[in-house]
Design a protein around this ligand. Structure first.
Ligand code: KG4
Ligand code: ZN
Length: 331
């Protein structure tokens, strides 16, 4: 009988549950968004996130099984995000998965959230041509990795401070555009002119990133103004700087490592500007661009389930306990 993995993701502000086959077919994907709760604070309010997960997680698991037309008896394993993330949010997923796994007699595997993102482009169909350079751009992380195959991952360079998603969210808050910042800042940027020369920190320093200086430069620029800012121009100038940093590093990585494709994953991979400019870069460099569909770019549980299948194949069974720091050895 066919077996399935139930993926559970609760590292930040979305409660997500999915059922996925060993081939990456997604039978169901449920996402209970908390955007409405956090939008009034301009960012994720951790205590409220944990409470909302408690309310949504069991109904979301029931719905995912029902939508997939299976029962817990069809499960090969439960894969649950063990980090990095907010501790109160992670614990809701981890304790729910552990309890259900014990009761159902199904093994429970703790999954690195970033590994989930790294595999998201292969959901539903195998899009990634290996070896690949992969740019992960999310709310919590920004890094470049080399993937020889779906399970051989080498970190090339990550951010020394903020992620690009964090910079998007903070710039959005400074401009009064709301949360989450990515989509609104992108939309404003499209209407504006990139007239302000914001800095491009660490542009020529290897494959590492830094975004806190760019974020502070936007803040200093706004504080020094005597009049209301031209919001769209500030957004356009910020996005132009962020894109130049991301694409310069991708170009460097593609020059250094001969690969078949560039893969861009994580919430900021939903940015139309990034998708378009990554396409131009790949055309110039003669590599294929692989992008997950938008629904798999932002947080979801299908990617956690797919990463769980990788762990099962490797015989690697991390315990469902919290992991708060990025640790490449746990990928
Ligand atoms: O991967 P993700 O859903 O969650 C984390 O693991 O952090 O990424 C969330 C981030 C947020 O910073 C959000 O502003 C950003 O992704 N984001 C975008 C877009 N949609 C979401 N950034 C730029 N353009 C977008 N269209
Ligand atoms: Zn994420």
């Amino acid at each position: 009988m066919a077996k399935y993995v139930l993926g559970i993701e609760s590292s930040c502000d979305d409660t997500a549950v999915a059922v996925v086959t060993a081939q990456g077919e997604v039978l169901s994907s449920v996402i209970a968004s908390q955007a409405e709760i956090h939008s009034q604070y301009g960012g994720v309010f951790p205590e409220l996130a944990g409470r909302a997960h408690v309310q949504s997680i069991l109904p979301a698991i029931d719905k995912a099984l029902l939508d997939a037309g299976i029962t817990h008896e069809d499960l090969e394993a439960i894969g649950v995000t063990r980090g990095p993330g907010l501790i109160g949010s992670l614990l809701v997923g981890l304790t729910s998965a552990s309890g259900l796994g014990l009761g159902w007699g199904v093994p429970v595997i703790g999954v690195n959230h970033l590994r989930g993102h790294l595999r998201s482009a292969d959901l539903e169909e195998q899009r990634v041509k290996y070896p690949a350079i992969i740019l992960l751009v999310s709310g919590g992380h920004t890094f470049l990795a080399h993937m020889e195959s779906a399970t051989e991952i080498k970190l090339l360079g990550s951010t020394r401070d903020d992620s690009v998603g964090e910079a998007y969210d903070k710039v959005s808050r400074m401009l009064g555009l709301g949360y989450p910042g990515g989509p609104v800042v992108d939309r404003a940027a499209k209407q504006g002119q990139a007239t302000i020369p914001f800095p491009r920190p660490m542009l020529h320093k290897g494959l590492e990133f830094s975004f806190s200086g760019l974020k502070s430069a936007v803040s200093r620029y706004l504080n020094a103004l005597d009049e209301a800012p031209i919001v769209n121009d500030v957004a356009a100038s910020f996005v132009e700087a962020a894109m130049e940093i991301l694409l310069t590093k991708c170009r460097k990585a593609l020059k250094k490592y001969p690969v078949k494709s560039l893969v861009v994953v994580g919430g900021v991979a939903a940015s139309p500007q990034l998708r378009e400019q990554a396409g131009d870069l790949c055309a110039k460099m003669g590599v294929e661009l692989c992008l997950p569909p938008l629904r798999w770019s932002t947080d979801n549980a299908a990617m956690i389930a797919l990463a769980t299948w990788d762990y099962l194949r490797l015989g690697h069974h991390p315990a469902p306990v919290p992991q708060l720091q990025l640790s490449i050895s746990d990928f």
